[in-house]
Design a protein around this ligand. Structure first.
Ligand code: MF3
Ligand code: CO
Ligand code: CO
Length: 317
């Protein structure tokens, strides 16, 4: 999620596309790619049939969920529902990834995802969440996250994160992946593979009794060893009948207290950058863009802490 309070402070600057590129230069070799410098046309809101169960924010604009406080321990019935929403999100994410080809617009991917989600009798969680206008997030190249699907056609060499969250049987499942469009340069492919592997390692170190801060400690070391930066403004989050709740999962070194316990469900969703880690938010209030124009990649899973380790709820199988 966005650490929205932090983002709001950035939004106060009313960062515009024009002044963004007066900020610092990228460090080192950031590769060859098209920088996104403006947003495109956003299509009208897609409708959700009457018979589909909707989260409260569909009816009434609400602020994003509070991620502070103690994490909920889910019952086995709640976990069963989380398994269903997680699997559905993962399946639709995989299908969306197949559409990430040259010439496809992100609005077409949104339309596809929306259609698949409602035909599965689920609700596309981003829609109307804190006012978000579309059903998925699509973040290309130098967009860190929360990109709004629009009429831009994917170009050869793009990297695109697609973030799918669904609300099914009263529970959310949240996952994302970064896909390569056509032929991506060597730095871009390196970034995407390094970020995928980073998330895999984060998940494998989780389990009952493990401190949440082990995740951030690991990511920090991982990035330092590879000349990458983790974008601190965005955190993983507890998830359940709420989209974003406790605990906060920080993707950078910290020593905050808190241990994982069986029955907790949360996301891990590091965003790693080839350049600096500062971001700004465009005037649409959502699109989070790197201030130095560098690319970033993100992967996300919703996981469950079990008695013996973890279960990836957003695994597509
Ligand atoms: N799916 C994002 C996350 O991983 C949240 C998107 S919020 C939205 O937490 F409103 F942009 F959809
Ligand atoms: Co998330
Ligand atoms: Co997500």
């Amino acid at each position: 999620m966005g650490r929205i309070a932090f983002l709001n402070r950035l939004m106060v600057q009313k960062t515009t596309v024009r002044n963004l590129f007066q900020f610092g230069k990228t460090k080192g070799d950031t590769g060859k790619y098209e920088q996104i410098v403006s947003t495109g046309l956003v299509s009208p809101e897609r409708s959700v049939p009457k018979d589909i169960e909707k989260p409260a924010y569909h009816f009434k604009k609400m602020s994003p969920g509070n991620t502070l406080g103690s994490p909920e321990i889910k019952t086995s019935n709640q976990i069963d529902a989380m398994r269903m929403s997680g699997k559905l999100a993962a399946r639709i994410l995989r299908e969306c990834g197949k559409l990430a080809t040259v010439g496809t617009t992100t609005d077409e991917i949104d339309a596809f995802a929306h259609g698949r989600i409602i035909e599965s009798k689920a609700y596309p969680s981003p829609l109307r969440y804190a006012g978000f206008p579309k059903s998925i997030c699509t973040s290309i190249n130098n967009i860190a996250c929360h990109g709004i699907p629009d009429d831009r056609q994917l170009a050869n060499g793009d990297i695109i994160n697609i973030d799918v969250t669904v609300f099914l049987n009263g529970y959310h499942g949240d996952c994302s992946e970064t896909f390569l469009v056509g032929e991506v340069d060597e730095r871009g492919s390196f970034l995407v593979e390094a970020t995928r592997t980073c998330l895999d390692h984060c998940i494998s170190l989780c389990g009952p009794g493990v401190e949440f801060n082990e995740i951030g400690k690991f990511i920090q070391r991982y990035c330092d060893e590879r000349g990458l930066e983790s974008i601190a403004a965005f955190i993983g989050h507890g998830i359940g009948s709420y989209f974003h709740g406790p605990p906060e999962i920080l993707h950078y070194y910290n020593e905050l207290p808190g241990k994982m316990q069986p029955g907790m469900t949360f996301t891990i969703e590091p965003i790693l950058s080839l350049g600096g880690s500062d971001i700004g938010v465009l005037e649409d209030g959502w699109t989070a863009i790197s201030l130095d124009g560098a690319r970033s990649a993100q992967f996300e899973h919703t996981i469950l802490i079990t008695e013996t380790g973890t279960e990836i709820l957003t695994r597509d199988q």
